[in-house]
Design a protein. Structure first.
Length: 820
C-alpha cells in the first residue's frame, strides 16, 4: 500500500468534486432542502485561523446533513464593500475594486484548498453591480414605505476615518472601533432606516427555532423596552403657555420632582434661558457637544449641569420647578428631558446633592418609619407606598404607577408610553467604497428616488480622494451631476454610500437566486430555501448584523416580498481560536499563525480535523502546532488500516468476536451521529479514534476476514468523511467504489445493537434457584458477587446465616453457599 500523501490526493479530489458538481444544490431536487449558512468573509486578502476554525466544523455538519439525505445548500461569497479597500486605495493608489477582486481571487483558492462543499455557482460578491443594484432596489422599497428618511441628526464622527459611525461602531470608551480615535458628535444631513418602528416586533422571538439564550437577551437589552409615561410640564414663554414632555418610568414619583432637566441640545434651552444665565448655559452646551453619549452616560462621571434661570410647572402638584441643563440627559432618548426625582433615582440623587437641590421622599417601603432624606447615602429606587403625594397618599406599590397614569390621562396632561432604547439605523457613509444611495436632489422637485429601471446607480471605478470628510463621490462631476428623473432638469446625486451592514442584511436571500437579472430574487426560489435552517457565525454579530437582518426580513415580509419573518431558524456561535499562549491571536502579541503553512505541510484533512479537535466548538481553544501531529498520525493509521486489511470477499462466518465488532460499529455510529447533531465535533472525532484503534488491534486476527469487520471498515470511512473529505474519498475509491463517498447515505444504527450484550444470571442459595437477573456479557466476577449478595430476594433467603463460599460459573450462574 502506498504512503498517505495529502498533496497528491487533495487537489485531485477538489477538482473532481467541482467537475462533477456534487456540492451544487439543485433547485429541483426531490430531497428535502437544508439551507446551511456560515457568515461570509470580508475579502481582506487571506483566510486566517479563525476562518478555518469556523468553517471546518461548519462544513463537517453540512456534509453530515447531506449524507443524511438532505439537499444541502452551502453557499459562500464575499462581504466586499467597506473601509479597508478604500484605505488601500488611498495609501497605495490601487483601485478599491482591483484590490478587492484580487483578494477574492486569493481567498477563493484558499477556500477551495479547505475542501469544503461550497456551492460556487451561488457565489455572491456585494461590491459588484449585479448585487448592489438590488441593494439599491431594497433601499427604494424602504423609502417607498417611509422606512428610509433623511434628516439632520447628530452623528458619531470619527476624525481619524473622516466619517460618521453607527452607535455600534463606537467602543465603550468612546473611541472608533476601527482606528481608535476619540469619536465626537456632529450634525449633518443623513439617511436613516426606521428600525425603531420594528422595536416591538424585534422583541418577539417566537418564530425562531433554536437561538442561544444569551444572544436573544443581548438583542432584547439592545432594543431596551421601557414602560412608563409621558408627562407634559408647562412654562410661560413670551406670555404664552407652552408644554414640554418628559419620559418617566416612575410616574408614581411625580410629587417628588424637585428639579427639571433639559438635554443641552433640547430646543427649549434656547427659548427659556434667562439673560443672566445665558453665557453659562452656552458654554455648557458647547462643552457637552464635544462628548459622546457613552461618556455622558457613564455612571463614574461626576454630575455636572447649569441652571437656566427658568421654571416649569408640575402639572399634577402645581409646583414651580427650576429648570437645569445637564449632560446626563440625552437628547436622543425618551423626550430629551426629565423630571428630577432625587429621592428615588440615583443619578438625580447625585445631581441634587452636588447642587444643593432639595430631596423629597415620596415612596416608602411598607411599614418603615419616615427618615430624613438629608441622612441618606443613596436614592431609594424600590417601589413602595406613596407618601407626601397629596390625594395619592397610601397607594401601594403595585397600584401606584397605574393610578398616576390614569389620573394624568384623565386630566389630559400625559399618557402611558413605551419607550425603546433602539435608535434608528444611520446608514449614510461619507465614503466611496459602498453602494451609492439611489437618490437625486432636484432644485425643483427636492428629494427624488432614482426610478427602479435606472438602477444600478453605478459606482465609479476610479476616484480622487480628498480628506474633506465628505464622500469622494461629491468631487466626481460625472457621478454627481445628473438630471432630475421627474423634470429632466439639472440635479445632483446623493454622494454618500450605504453602510455595509445593509449588504450583509440580505446576502442570504440572494444566495437562493444569485443570478436573477430581473429581480432581487424570485419568490418561488426564496420559498424553497428560506428561512435559513442553520446559521453559524461569531457572537460579535449578536446585535449588529443579526438584528439588522431580522429587521430587513420583517420589513420585507410586511411589504409582501417574503412569506416568512425570521431569517435564521437556528443560530450557533463558534468559540474563538487562540494563539498557543492561550491569548487572542494578534499582530501586536506576535502569536498569529497562518493556516496555509500547515495546510501545505499536513494537508487540509489534518488541519480540518485538528480544528475540530481543539475543544468544544462553542468554547474555542488554543491552536498548538505540535498537536497537529496527533491528528496526522490518526489519519495515517486509518490509511494504513484500510490499505492493509481491506479484502473484497470476506468470509461470512459469524463468531463472538465478529458480534462484538458489530456492536462496536453500531455504538460508534450512534455516538458520532449524536455528537454531530449537537455540534460536538471533538468528541465525535474521539469516538472515531477509538473505533480505529479497536479495529487496528484486531487487524491480524482471523476476525479481520469476517464480513462484520469489513463492514466496520466501510463505516469508519463513512463516519470520517464529513471531517476528512479527501482521504476518505480516496480510500473509498481504493476499495473499489466509483461514486464519491460524499454521495453515500449516512450509516444507520440499530438501537438494540448499541447496547452491551447481556445474559440471564441464575442465582442459587445452597444449590436452590432463588433469583434471575439480566447482566452485561462482560461483567466481572466481583460485580456478580456484589449484585447477587446485595439483591433483596437473595438476602431474604440468606437471612442471618453466614456466607461460606460464592461459586461463579461465568456466563451462567452463581451459587451462594451459606451455613447457620
Ligand atoms: C423620573 C424618575 C423617578 C425616573 C425615579 C426614574 C426613577 P429607562 O429604564 O432607561 O427607560 N430618563 C428619561 N429620559 C432620559 C434621557 N433622555 N436621558 C437620561 N435619562 C432619561 O429609564 C427611564 C428613566 O430614565 C426615566 O424615568 C427618567 O428618569 C430617565 F424614581 O423619571 B425617570
Amino acid at each position: 500500500h502506498t504512503k498517505y500523501d495529502p498533496k497528491e490526493i487533495e487537489g485531485k479530489w477538489q477538482a473532481r468534486w467541482e467537475a462533477d458538481q456534487i456540492y451544487h444544490a439543485s433547485d429541483e431536487s426531490p430531497k428535502p432542502n437544508f439551507y446551511h449558512l456560515v457568515m461570509f468573509p470580508y475579502p481582506s486578502g487571506d483566510l486566517h485561523m479563525g476562518h478555518w476554525y469556523n468553517y471546518s466544523p461548519f462544513d463537517a455538519y453540512g456534509r453530515f446533513k447531506r449524507m443524511q439525505g438532505y439537499n444541502v445548500m452551502q453557499p459562500i461569497g464575499f462581504d466586499a464593500f467597506g473601509l479597508p479597500a478604500e484605505n488601500a486605495a488611498i495609501k497605495r493608489g490601487v483601485q478599491a475594486r482591483t484590490w478587492t477582486l484580487s483578494n477574492i481571487e486569493n481567498m477563493r483558492k484558499q477556500l477551495r484548498a479547505m475542501g469544503a462543499q461550497w456551492d460556487w455557482q451561488r457565489e455572491v460578491i456585494t461590491c459588484l453591480p449585479d448585487y448592489y443594484k438590488w441593494t439599491q432596489w431594497l433601499f427604494l422599497q424602504f423609502y417607498k414605505k417611509g422606512l428610509a428618511y433623511r434628516t439632520k441628526a447628530p452623528a458619531n464622527w470619527c476624525p481619524g476615518c473622516n466619517t460618521t459611525l453607527a452607535n455600534e461602531q463606537v467602543l465603550a470608551d468612546g473611541t472608533c472601533e476601527r482606528c481608535g480615535s476619540v469619536v465626537i458628535r456632529k450634525e449633518i444631513d443623513q439617511w436613516l432606516l426606521k428600525i425603531s418602528a420594528y422595536a416591538e416586533r424585534l422583541l418577539d422571538f417566537s418564530e425562531v427555532v433554536d437561538w442561544p439564550e444569551k444572544t436573544i437577551t443581548m438583542q432584547r437589552n439592545w432594543i431596551g423596552r421601557s414602560e412608563g409615561a409621558e408627562i407634559r410640564f408647562s412654562a410661560e414663554i413670551n406670555g404664552q403657555i407652552e408644554e414640554v414632555p418628559v419620559f418617566t418610568t416612575r410616574p408614581d414619583t411625580i410629587y417628588g420632582v424637585t428639579f427639571f432637566v433639559l438635554a443641552p441640545e433640547h430646543p427649549w434651552v434656547e427659548k427659556i434661558t434667562t439673560p443672566d444665565q445665558r453665557a453659562e448655559v452656552d458654554a455648557y452646551v458647547t462643552q457637552a457637544r464635544r462628548m459622546t453619549e457613552i461618556e455622558r452616560m457613564s455612571t463614574e462621571k461626576e454630575k455636572s449641569g447649569v441652571f437656566t434661570g427658568a421654571y416649569v410647572t408640575n402639572p399634577v402638584s402645581g409646583e414651580k420647578i427650576p429648570v437645569w441643563i445637564a449632560d446626563y440627559v440625552l437628547m436622543s432618548y425618551g423626550a430629551g428631558a426629565i423630571m428630577g426625582v432625587p429621592a428615588h433615582d440615583q443619578r438625580d440623587f447625585e445631581f441634587a446633592r452636588k447642587f444643593g437641590i432639595p430631596i423629597r421622599e415620596v415612596i416608602r417601603t411598607e411599614g418603615e418609619e419616615a427618615t430624613d432624606p438629608a441622612t441618606w447615602t443613596e436614592a431609594k429606587e424600590a417601589l413602595g407606598v406613596m407618601v407626601n403625594s397629596g390625594p395619592f397618599d397610601g397607594t401601594p406599590g403595585e397600584e401606584s404607577k397605574a393610578r398616576v397614569i390614569a389620573y394624568i390621562e384623565e386630566k389630559g396632561i400625559g399618557h402611558s408610553k413605551i419607550n425603546y432604547r433602539l435608535r434608528d439605523w444611520l446608514i449614510s457613509r461619507q465614503r466611496y467604497w459602498g453602494a451609492p444611495i439611489p437618490i437625486v436632489y432636484c432644485p425643483e422637485h427636492g428629494t427624488v428616488p432614482v426610478p427602479e429601471d435606472q438602477l444600478p446607480v453605478w459606482l465609479p471605478e476610479n476616484v480622487q480622494f480628498k480628506a474633506t470628510g465628505e464622500s469622494p463621490l461629491r468631487y466626481e462631476p460625472d457621478f454627481v451631476n445628473t438630471t432630475c428623473p421627474i423634470c429632466g432638469g439639472p440635479a445632483t446625486r446623493e454622494a454618500d454610500t450605504m453602510d455595509t451592514f445593509i449588504d450583509s442584511s440580505w446576502y442570504y436571500l440572494r444566495y437562493a437566486d444569485p443570478h436573477n437579472e430581473t429581480a432581487a430574487w424570485s419568490p418561488e426560489k426564496l420559498q424553497d430555501w428560506l428561512p435559513v435552517n442553520q446559521y453559524i457565525g461569531g457572537v460579535e454579530h449578536a446585535i449588529l448584523h443579526l438584528l439588522y437582518s431580522r429587521f430587513f426580513v420583517k420589513a420585507l415580509h410586511d411589504m409582501g416580498h417574503l412569506n416568512f419573518d425570521e431569517p435564521f431558524q437556528r443560530l450557533f456561535h463558534q468559540g474563538m481560536v487562540l494563539g498557543s499562549d492561550g491569548q487572542k491571536m494578534s499582530k501586536s502579541r506576535g502569536n498569529v499563525e497562518a493556516p496555509d503553512k500547515y495546510v501545505s505541510k499536513y494537508g487540509s484533512d489534518t488541519v480540518r480535523c485538528y480544528m475540530m479537535f481543539i475543544g468544544p466548538f462553542d468554547a474555542g481553544g488554543s491552536f498548538r502546532a505540535d498537536n497537529l501531529e496527533g491528528i496526522w498520525r490518526f489519519l495515517n493509521r486509518v490509511w494504513a488500516l484500510i490499505g492493509d486489511t481491506w479484502i473484497n470477499t470476506p468470509s461470512t462466518k459469524g463468531s463472538n468476536e465478529s458480534k462484538a465488532i458489530e456492536r462496536l460499529r453500531h455504538k460508534t455510529i450512534k455516538r458520532v451521529t449524536e455528537d454531530l447533531s449537537n455540534f460536538r465535533f471533538n468528541t465525535a472525532l474521539a469516538a472515531l479514534m477509538e473505533f480505529n484503534n479497536a479495529l487496528i488491534k484486531q487487524q491480524r486476527d482471523p476476525v479481520a476476514q469476517s464480513a462484520a469487520y469489513q463492514e466496520a471498515l466501510v463505516t469508519l470511512l463513512q463516519l470520517l468523511a464529513p471531517f476528512a473529505p479527501h482521504i476518505t474519498d480516496e480510500l473509498w475509491q481504493q476499495i473499489g467504489h466509483t461514486d464519491s463517498i460524499h454521495t453515500t447515505e449516512w450509516p444507520a444504527y440499530v438501537e438494540e445493537l448499541t447496547q452491551d450484550e447481556a445474559f440471564t444470571l441464575v442465582v442459587q442459595v445452597n444449590g436452590k434457584v432463588r433469583e434471575r437477573m439480566e447482566v452485561a456479557a462482560d461483567i466481572s466476577e466481583e460485580e456478580v458477587r456484589k449484585l447477587a449478595l446485595e439483591n433483596e430476594r437473595v438476602q431474604s433467603f440468606i437471612g442471618s446465616a453466614s456466607v461460606q463460599k460464592v461459586i461463579y460459573i461465568p456466563g451462567r450462574l452463581v451459587n451462594i453457599v451459606v451455613r447457620n
